[in-house]
Design a protein around this ligand. Structure first.
Ligand code: G1P
Length: 274
């Protein structure tokens, strides 16, 4: 039922300079696969067919990655290396890829609004590729789609983080519905140390209903002078319902060097070798 997945991918990836000087951070590999491909795999596993990617300057390699490379195909055709392309070939055959350029960096809310024409008037998923989520039985997006079928409202994935890390995230407060589900009553983007409403941090997986676009349009710049999806979601929660879901699985913050290395070690042992 949710067919579209939006990937905001226009950011500069400054935390990984110089590696990201001319290479998109979404193309950084965890073992032998770029980060964004893990996100696309997760979306396909959740039944999505349309990958809508919000790009920026210098992101051509993203588009090339999800396209045929005839010269390479010709070179390795019939050799033992051909099998190394099996996964990406199947990804390319399973989904449509569309792209739109975000010309100015005005925050995650603005990036999502930039994707409006690609998404249309449909509920959709959002994946922030630098949050790598692994759950072998059922990916995090598939878990969230199952919930969406039941509740038909926006859903954010959340995870408990130590109190001294809440300032790095959007943080929610809510009323408990079940063990792993809450109805959001408050949401703060990157609260100052000691002021977070809880230790439940939003991680980079969202299901959004399309009314969010009008709400974003009317959202003033917030933290860091940027248009924040967190602020728009709080408005949506006040006018209706937004759920926060404690997902099953592991999540790595691949936007940080530590998280990237942890993800690499984990995937080498459990995904690549396994
Ligand atoms: C964004 C969101 C934040 C969320 C985080 C998850 O922040 O604005 O609410 O907690 O992603 O990774 P960023 O990490 O892009 O600064």
């Amino acid at each position: 039922m949710i067919k579209k997945c939006l990937f905001p991918a226009a950011g500069y990836g400054t935390r990984f300079l110089p590696a990201t000087k001319s290479m998109p951070k979404e193309m950084m590999p965890i073992v032998n696969k770029p980060l964004i491909e893990y996100g696309v795999d997760e979306a396909i596993q959740a039944g999505m067919t349309d990958m809508c990617i919000v790009t920026g300057r210098g992101k051509h390699s993203l588009m090339d990655h999800f396209d045929k490379n005839y010269e390479l195909e010709h070179q390795i055709s019939g050799t033992s290396k051909e099998a190394l392309l099996d996964d990406i070939r199947s990804v390319i055959d399973s989904a449509n890829f569309t792209y739109i350029r975000q010309r100015e960096m005005k925050g995650l809310g603005h990036a999502i609004l930039t994707g409006r024409d690609l998404v249309g008037d449909n509920p959709f998923a959002v994946v922030l590729a630098d949050d790598l989520c692994i759950n072998p039985d059922q990916g995090v997006l598939a878990q969230m789609v199952a919930l969406y079928k039941q509740f038909r409202c926006s859903i954010v994935a959340v995870e408990e983080v130590p109190a001294d890390e809440t300032h790095k995230y959007g943080v929610i407060a809510g009323e408990t519905l079940t063990d792993n589900l809450m109805r959001v009553t408050d949401m703060v983007e990157k609260p100052e140390q000691g002021t977070a409403p809880s230790n439940l941090a939003i991680i980079g997986r969202y299901i959004l209903t399309p009314d969010i676009f009008d709400i974003i349009e009317n959202t003033e710049p917030g933290k860091g002078g940027e248009i924040q999806i967190t602020d728009a979601l709080l408005q949506q929660a006040k006018g209706g319902c937004v759920l926060a879901y404690k997902f099953k699985g592991k999540r790595f913050d691949c936007g940080s060097v530590e998280g990237f290395i942890e993800a690499t070690n984990y995937c080498f042992e459990n995904v690549y070798k396994g």
